[in-house]
Ligand binder design. Structure first.
Ligand code: SF4
Ligand code: SF4
Ligand code: SF4
Length: 165
């Protein structure tokens, strides 16, 4: 008789939670959960300390901790290749967006995210009395620098929407 499926893995695949932000170069979620041994070597090797132990003991990226520099140390440390740069050409498909808590949307001047963005992906078009951030998804790498810099936690990373021809 085959072993029952691991309950942590099953809960993560079929639960109602929002999808976790896995470390860069993670395999697709089901394959990642199969391959990851929860050793947390990636967490320990991240020089920016932006990876944490998440639900079920599986590693997640927490952009509130800071910016991913895409140094690749996490993938290099992953012995079972749950993070694999030869399989995943891009580290991930994430981009940032600002929600209703964003200060300019409440009439308060703020541009902390623009100042933190290493890709110059955030502009403040002069379309209203207090300009609000507009994020260029084509430039955004999902590095999370803006998330950590926002004083009111208004920015989130979400899967990038790809256009179907
Ligand atoms: S190093 Fe690889 S196997 Fe270990 S926790 Fe991180 S992703 Fe999982
Ligand atoms: S690429 Fe570097 S900074 Fe980004 S999560 Fe991996 S180890 Fe951390
Ligand atoms: S996630 Fe990184 S690249 Fe994207 S807007 Fe924020 S700081 Fe810029």
């Amino acid at each position: 008789m085959s072993a029952p499926p691991d309950s942590a893995r099953r809960a993560l695949l079929f639960g109602r939670r929002a999808p976790a932000l896995r470390p860069p170069w993670a395999l697709d979620e089901a394959d990642f959960l199969d391959a990851c041994t929860r050793c947390n070597a990636c967490v320990e090797h991240c020089p920016e300390h932006v990876l944490v132990r998440g639900a079920g003991g599986y590693a997640v990226f927490d952009p509130r901790m800071g910016e991913c520099t895409f140094c690749g140390e996490c993938a290099s440390a992953c012995e079972p290749h749950a993070l694999d740069r030869s399989v995943q050409r891009e580290p991930w498909h994430l981009s940032a967006s600002a929600g209703d808590a964003c200060l300019p949307r409440r009439g308060v001047v703020c541009s902390s995210c623009r100042d933190a963005c290493p890709e110059q992906a955030i502009a403040f078009p002069l379309t209203s009395r207090v300009p609000a951030p507009a994020i260029d998804a084509a430039r955004c790498t999902g590095c999370g620098a803006c998330v950590a810099a926002c004083p009111v936690d208004a920015l989130v990373l979400h899967p990038r929407v790809t256009e179907v021809a």
